[in-house]
Design a protein around this ligand. Structure first.
Ligand code: ATP
Length: 450
C-alpha cells in the first residue's frame, strides 16, 4: 500500500467562525440525517427529537457498546427489558410521587419558567430573559401522567416511567429465582424514560422523552463493601467513555452536595463533560441507593424482597447504580467528535469506529460509466457480505461525496476508478487525515478491518 497524492480533491466550504459549536452540530445533525426536530410539518413539538437514518445507527451502536460491556461480557450482570407502564403504586413506593420534583419559579412579567437551582448556579435573582421579578419557588413534580382504560369511567391514572431502574427492582426476585446469580450481581436495562422537565433545552441534552442505560448492582448491606463497589463502578464507567475515544481532559467526576442528593441516594457522583453550552454538565450518575428501593417496594407490595445468604440470614441488599442517558451520551460523542479542518476546509466527525453509522462508503469514480458502476457494486456487495455497514454514493463529484461522508463520520471511502479495472486497485481515503492510499482489492477487507 502506498500513499498517493490527492487524487480526488475535497470541496471548499466556508466557515462561519462565529457560529456556536452546538448550533453547528444541530445543523449538521439535521443535514446528515442524525437528529430531526419532531413533528416539523406541524411547526415542531417543543424539545422532542427524532433520530434519522444515521442517528438510529449511532444510537444503536451506543446502546450496543453499553450492553456488550455492561451485560454480555460479564458473568455477574444479566439483562432485562421491563415495560414502560408499571403499577401506579410503584411510583408511590419509589418516592417519586412525593419527592421527584424540581424547584420552579416563574417570571411575573414574561411568564417564562425556570429551575431556581439553575438560576442560583448562574447567580441570577431576576428573570434572565426580561429582568422581571420571579414568583416564590414551588416544587414541580416531574412524573408524566397518562390515563389507562377503555371508557371514561374506567380510566385510571398511570405514569410513564420516570426512570428505568424501577422495573429492575420490581423484577429483582424474578431474576434471582430464574437465574443462577448470587449476590453480588447486577441487572442492566436500556429503555425510554419520561420527565416533565421545566426547562428542556440544549438539543438532546434535556428532553421530556429520553432513553436511559441503567445498571443496578446488588450487594450486601455493608458500608465498606458499598464504598469499594461505588469506587469500582465509577472507574468502570469513566473508562467506558475514554475507551470510546472521549477526550479525558473534558471528563470529570463531581460529588453531589448533601442538599442536591436525590431522595434515595446515600452517595452520588456525576460524570460531567465540559460542554460548549455552559461548561461542566452531568452525563451520567453513579449512586449508592442503599436498600431504599427494595425496602419500600417490600413495604408497599407486602411481598418480601430480599436475599437468603448461604448461612440462612435474610438480607435486603443495597444497590450501587450506574445511570447513563443514551441521548446525552450521543450528544457527548457528537460534541467530542466534531472537528473543523480549516486547512482542508472541511468538517468531520472523528467518531470511534465502533460507533460510526456508516463504516465504509463505496463510490464509482463516475456515475455514468457502467463498467465502473458494476465493479463498484461488486466491491459494495463483498464488503456488505463481510458485515460492514456500507453506503453507496454515485452522485456529484468525489469531493462532495467525501464532504458528506466526513460529516457522517465514515472512517473510509473507497473509490473504484479505471485503475481498479486495469490493476485491481481502489483508492481508500481516510476520514481523519484525508490521506488517500491505493489498496489492492484482495487486501481491502484486511485493510479496513485494522
Ligand atoms: P439533571 O440534574 O440534569 O436533571 P438528573 O440528576 O435528574 O439529571 P438522573 O435522575 O440521575 O438525572 O438520571 C440519570 C441520567 O439520565 C442522567 O445523567 C442523564 O444522562 C439522563 N437524563 C436525565 N434526565 C434527562 C433528560 N431530561 N433528558 C435527557 N437525559 C436525561
Amino acid at each position: 500500500m502506498r500513499v498517493v497524492p490527492l487524487l480526488y480533491e475535497d470541496v471548499t466550504i466556508s466557515f462561519m467562525a462565529d457560529q456556536k459549536i452546538l448550533e453547528k452540530i444541530i445543523a449538521l445533525a439535521k443535514r446528515r440525517g442524525f437528529v430531526y426536530p419532531s413533528s416539523e410539518i406541524y411547526g415542531g413539538y417543543a424539545s422532542v427529537y427524532d433520530y434519522g437514518p444515521r442517528g438510529v445507527e449511532l444510537k444503536n451502536n451506543v446502546k450496543k457498546a453499553w450492553w456488550k460491556e455492561m451485560v454480555q461480557q460479564r458473568t455477574d450482570i444479566v439483562g432485562l427489558d421491563s415495560a414502560i407502564f408499571m403499577h401506579p403504586k410503584t411510583w408511590e413506593a419509589s418516592g417519586h410521587v412525593e419527592g421527584f420534583s424540581d424547584p420552579l419559579v416563574e417570571c411575573k412579567k414574561c411568564n417564562h419558567r425556570f429551575r431556581s437551582d439553575h438560576l442560583e448556579e448562574l447567580g441570577k435573582t431576576n428573570c434572565p430573559d426580561c429582568s422581571g421579578d420571579l414568583t416564590e419557588e414551588k416544587n414541580f413534580n416531574l412524573l408524566v401522567e397518562a390515563k389507562m382504560g377503555v371508557t371514561d369511567e374506567d380510566k385510571s391514572k398511570a405514569y410513564l416511567r420516570g426512570e428505568t431502574c424501577q422495573g429492575i427492582y420490581l423484577n429483582f426476585q424474578n431474576v434471582l429465582n430464574s437465574t443462577r446469580q448470587k449476590i453480588p450481581f447486577g441487572i442492566g436495562q436500556i429503555g425510554k424514560a419520561f420527565r416533565n422537565e421545566i426547562t428542556p433545552k440544549n438539543f438532546i441534552f434535556r428532553t421530556r422523552e429520553f432513553e436511559q442505560m441503567e445498571m443496578q448492582f446488588f450487594i450486601p448491606p455493608d458500608k465498606k463493601i458499598a464504598k469499594e463497589t461505588f469506587a469500582y463502578w465509577k472507574e468502570q464507567r469513566l473508562n467506558w467513555y475514554l475507551n470510546l475515544g472521549i477526550d479525558s481532559k473534558k471528563l470529570r467526576f463531581r460529588a453531589h452536595n448533601e442538599d442536591e442528593k436525590a431522595h434515595y441516594a446515600l452517595a452520588a457522583e456525576d460524570i460531567e463533560y465540559d460542554t460548549p453550552f455552559g461548561g461542566w454538565k452531568e452525563f451520567e450518575g453513579v449512586h449508592n441507593r442503599g436498600d431504599w428501593d427494595l425496602s419500600r417496594h417490600s413495604q408497599y407490595s407486602g411481598k418480601k424482597l430480599g436475599y437468603l445468604e448461604p448461612d440462612g440470614t435474610r438480607i435486603t441488599p443495597w444497590v450501587i447504580e450506574t445511570s447513563a442517558g443514551v441521548d446525552r451520551a450521543i450528544l457527548m460523542f457528537l460534541l467530542d467528535a466534531y472537528k473543523e479542518d480549516k486547512d482542508k476546509k472541511r468538517t468531520y466527525l472523528s467518531l470511534h469506529k465502533s460507533l460510526v453509522p456508516v463504516q465504509v462508503a463505496v463510490f464509482p469514480l463516475l456515475g455514468n460509466k457502467p463498467e465502473l458502476i458494476n465493479k463498484a457494486k461488486e466491491v459494495f456487495d463483498s464488503l456488505a457480505k463481510q458485515g460492514f455497514i456500507v453506503e453507496w454514493d454515485q452522485r456529484g463529484n468525489i469531493g462532495k461525496r467525501y464532504f458528506s461522508q466526513d460529516e457522517i463520520g465514515t472512517p473510509c471511502c473507497v473509490t473504484v476508478d479505471f485503475d481498479t479495472l486495469e490493476k485491481g486497485e481502489v483508492t481508500v481515503r481516510d476520514r481523519d487525515t484525508a490521506i488517500q492510499e491505493k489498496v489492492n482489492l484482495d487486501k481491502l477487507i484486511t485493510y479496513l478491518k485494522i
